[in-house]
Structures are given as C-alpha cells and as structure tokens.
Design a binder for this molecule. Structure first.
Ligand code: CA2
Length: 144
C-alpha cells in the first residue's frame, strides 16, 4: 500500500488560488493517482486532512502498513516538528511533494521540517507532481 497524504487546505483545490494550484479538484487528483497506481499494479490510500493529529495518526498507520509514503504536508511542512517526528519512524521511502515550488515563494515557505525525513522531494510541477511521485515510488520499489 502506498500512502498519499495531504495536509490542510488542498480540499479547496480548483476553487481558490488557481493561479498557484491550478483548476483541478482534490477529488480529480485522487482519481488521477488511483488510475496511475492501477496501471502500475500498486494500491494507494489517498487522504487529506486539515487536522495535524489526523495526519500523524495516518503516518503511524503507515509505519506498519505502507510500502511507501507520498506526503504533501501543505502548511504543516513549514511548522510541524510533530509530523517530522512521526515520519522519522517510517522505514520505507518517503517522498515530500508540493504542487508549487515553495523555494520560489515567500521566505517563510523556504524551510521544511519534513525534508529531514524525506527520501526525496518533488515540487513545482503542479498537480502532475502527484503522478510523478507515484512513478518514482514504483521505480524505487522495483529496484528494491
Ligand atoms: O505547493 C504546495 O503543494 C504546498 O504544500 C501547498 C500549501 C503551502 O502552504 C505550501 O507552502 C506549499 C498550501 C495548500 C493550500 O491549498 C490550497 C489549494 C487551493 C486553494 C487554497 C489553498
């Protein structure tokens, strides 16, 4: 099972800040990910929460049941030592994912706690980054 976890506010995808995040809804992103995963014979658990505690609980589930974790922690990227501490207990590959490129944006988005636990990072490729992350995870799993 590949966990695809999303932090706060991407439930607004496609409706607000479309110049940054595009016109595609989170439900459509989920469908895109499921379609790509099926092509690659992978199962995904795709979730989004506005609650830091819920994301930490899913990371704890991932410790025992995930072959890989793709996480867009959204604003928690820049604030959450608690999410970093949870991710440090995940043994499998972790891909940090961002729709935008935070390093091109405001300076308060330039620091990521999550990067300390991530195997790699995909940022700035829009919604397509989700498909890129699933492809990268599939390649890493095949190579393992
Ligand atoms: O680029 C990304 O994926 C981010 O993780 C998105 C976060 C932001 O805090 C990070 O710096 C970069 C914000 C997610 C907000 O999602 C929205 C989507 C549509 C409309 C409003 C918010």
């Amino acid at each position: 099972m590949i966990f695809v976890l999303n932090g706060p506010n991407p439930n607004l995808l496609g409706t607000r800040e479309t110049e940054i995040y595009g016109h595609i809804s989170l439900a459509d992103v989920k469908s895109m990910c499921e379609a790509r995963a099926e092509e690659l014979a992978l199962e995904i658990f795709f979730e989004q929460s506005n609650s830091e505690a819920q994301i930490i609980d899913w990371i704890h589930e991932a410790i025992s049941s995930a072959k890989g974790v793709i996480i867009n922690p959204a604003a928690f990227t820049h604030t959450s030592l608690a999410i970093l501490d949870a991710l440090k207990n995940v043994q499998c590959t972790i891909i940090e994912l961002h729709i935008s490129n935070p390093d091109k944006r405001e300076s308060f988005r330039h620091h990521s706690y999550v990067t300390f636990a991530a195997t790699g990072l995909i940022a700035g490729f829009g919604i397509n980054g989700y498909v890129m992350a699933i492809d990268a995870m599939a390649e890493l799993l095949l190579a393992a």
